[in-house]
Design a protein around this ligand. Sequence first.
Ligand code: NAP
Length: 250
Amino acid sequence: MSAAAKPQRTVVVTGGSRGIGRAVCLAFADTQTHVFFNYHSAGGAADKTLKMIAAAGGQATALQADVSSESQVSAFFKRVLEKSGRVDVLVNNAGVTRDQLLVRMKTGDWDTVLDTNLKGTFLCCRAVAKTMMKQRYGRIINLTSVVAFSGNPGQANYAASKAGIAGLTRAVARELASRGITANAVAPGFVETDMTAGLSENARAAMVDQIPLGRVGTPEDVAAAVTFLASDQAAYITGQVIHVSGGMYM
Ligand code: NAP
């Protein structure tokens, strides 16, 4: 790589192999940015994201790491810092659902969702905090959900994890603001990805009925809000949640 092409910005995206995370990685892809993303399951999805970023003229590195594992998160950020020496933007996107009505919800499914979504976001925020403080610059963007605010039957674990992320984001925003670091959240509504692919046609139609803008969201709709929060134009915004839901929740 020539000196002229050296990336000036390091962006880290968790769960960049598919869905919204892939769209976020692509939205950051340019010659001045190195995108590091992680994924959980072995498979070709991460390779596909890498190829798409390269085709868009960007530079990227994919590493396997489970965000719910403290040791794997540490190892992931150690590799990122060895390669780049800085983290300008962290997007905590990795997330899972294990939907079930409260009375039937298994404790293991509660733990998996809270450990991945909430603890994973905490571990990654903590892993970058010192680096961003030294830089006196950083942008943290966490993926929450409209259901953190509206609730949703069958999603006690998921809604609790996403409400936790909203509170975590505000606490981090207050703690790190004096060091030039902002922390915000994006709350998607119903977005077409693998996460929502299991819904029946009827359930999907019922969902679309609740969206004033009359369509489901795309991963790119969400990525646009994420890149805005990472941009210079958003320098005076911290501790906020931007809803990207077609008005599903307002
Ligand atoms: P998705 O298509 O199911 O993709 C999930 C991503 O997270 C994948 O890249 C997956 O990696 C990764 N991941 C899952 N568990 C992980 C773990 N333990 N460690 C590291 N990575 C892990 O989901 P999505 O719809 O794009 O959702 C992205 C985010 O937006 C999530 O936080 C979700 O809660 C939120 N959100 C989505 C919607 C929606 O309607 N889709 C609405 C509101 C909020 P692998 O490919 O390796 O499995």
